[in-house]
Design a protein around this ligand. Structure first.
Ligand SMILES: Nc1ncnc2c1ncn2[C@@H]1O[C@H](COP(=O)(O)OP(=O)(O)O)[C@@H](O)[C@H]1O
Ligand SMILES: [Mg+2]
Length: 380
């Protein structure tokens, strides 16, 4: 009782009612069925995993709703993979509990958990064709042959590979192999799909394409996805909610908009986008680069904005945008971006070394109180 009531606003809403079932109530869902209404697909309570002196996962409380696209975002070594392995059952926690659909599975082996994992190095069986690869899990589960075939073909259809069932993995592109791995994971109809940096091996264009595909597939199959990435853009574009990890803890939990516009700590402000942290008059705040106006000579600031002088230290031309780094006379540095509407590249680059006025609206700044981190477990 009361687990949910102190949730800070920035934590983002779990659909109403998820706090109703108390910890340890078995039977709220079944191992194979969907959870009862309002029971989260995954609930972690005080989960810790220690390697020697290092707490890879240092106390995590988390609820992922049924049908939610949830992302764990954080730098390398922040504990994301360890937490996924704890959910899948490949690791046992040193403290805390893991519930799936309301059932405590902390002591259960991986095969007894209704989850599937897609890893970055999605090793397919090279000697089997695509259809056999996708059917493999069903064969192990002794599903009859005709049923197996039907479900594998439906899964291939879902990932847009219908007709390629007879190919061997070497006859596929990287993106197609990734789709086979996905089909293999969804064919068992798991309650939760865990994806550990599944697009890491693909080039930028294919990644973007697969991001849309993954969202579509998740909507169509309607199961919870827990998606691990270190790529902030990926996290912002795909997720219903995301958790930002740092040193085995959740720094912030919220919707993409909340986490981007209202970072809970310096770490989150810096990891998601550009930090732009300033101290002025006892306030510690951040302002996003796209909210800063660089004023041309003689240009007046928009009404009600705050103006400061600074020197342009660096200019980076990015095609669509130009990025400026500005050292402010009153102290601190800001990064500002400007769309290249009329400015030519040469003109933009010439700005280096100039003194300029920069302006922003107070309403576009966001105060950071580093002590108010959301989602960080203080309980054992
Ligand atoms: N089996 C292990 N033995 C010892 N240390 C480990 C083991 N697995 C992970 N770690 C350590 O735990 C920390 C978190 O690792 P990991 O969960 O893989 O992070 P991420 O996936 O966010 O990069 C890292 O410092 C890593 O070196
Ligand atoms: Mg990892």
């Amino acid at each position: 009782m009361g687990r949910q009531e102190a949730a800070p606003a920035s934590q983002g809403a779990v659909p109403a009612g998820t706090g109703a079932a108390s910890t340890g109530t078995a039977g709220a869902g079944t191992a194979s069925g969907r959870p009862a209404d309002g029971v989260p697909a995954v609930r972690l309570t005080g989960v810790r995993r220690v390697y020697g002196q290092l707490a890879a996962v240092a106390g995590v409380d988390l609820e992922v709703a049924e049908g939610e696209f949830f992302t764990m975002l954080g730098p390398s070594g922040s504990g994301k993979t360890t937490l996924l392995r704890l959910i899948a059952g490949f690791e046992r926690p040193d403290a805390g509990s893991v519930e799936l659909a309301g059932v405590d599975v902390t002591r259960e082996p991986p095969y007894a958990r209704n989850v599937n994992t897609v890893f970055q190095d999605y090793a397919l069986f090279p000697h089997m064709d695509v259809l056999e690869n996708v059917e493999y899990g069903l064969r192990v589960a002794r599903v009859a042959k005709a049923e197996r075939r039907r479900r594998a073909e439906a899964a291939l259809d879902m990932v847009r590979l219908a007709g390629l069932g007879g190919r061997k993995p070497v006859q596929l592109s990287g993106g197609q192999r990734q789709r086979v791995a996905l089909a293999r994971a969804i064919v068992n109809e798991p309650e939760v799909l865990l994806l550990d940096e599944p697009l890491g091996a693909l080039d930028a264009k294919l990644r973007q394409e697969m991001q849309f595909e993954l969202k579509r597939i998740q909507r169509e199959v309607g199961i919870s996805f827990i998606y691990v990435t270190h790529d902030q853009e990926e996290a912002l574009t795909m997720s219903d909610r995301l958790a930002v990890f740092n040193q085995g803890r959740i720094e912030q939990l919220g919707t993409p908009v909340e986490v981007y516009e209202q970072p809970a700590s310096d770490f989150v402000a810096g990891f998601i986008g550009v930090s732009n942290l300033l101290e002025r008059g006892g306030r510690h705040f951040t302002i996003r680069p796209e909210k800063i106006h660089l004023l041309a000579d003689g240009e007046t600031a928009p009404d009600g904005s705050h103006v400061e002088r600074g020197r342009i230290e660096e200019v980076v031309y990015l095609g669509m945008l130009t990025r400026y780094q500005i050292a402010l006379e009153a102290g601190g540095r800001l990064t500002a971006v400007r769309q290249n509407l009329e400015t030519a590249a040469a003109e933009a680059l010439e700005a280096r070394g100039r003194t300029v006025n920069v302006a922003w609206r107070e309403t576009q700044t966001y105060d950071i109180h580093n002590e108010n981190r959301a989602g960080t477990s203080t309980s054992p």
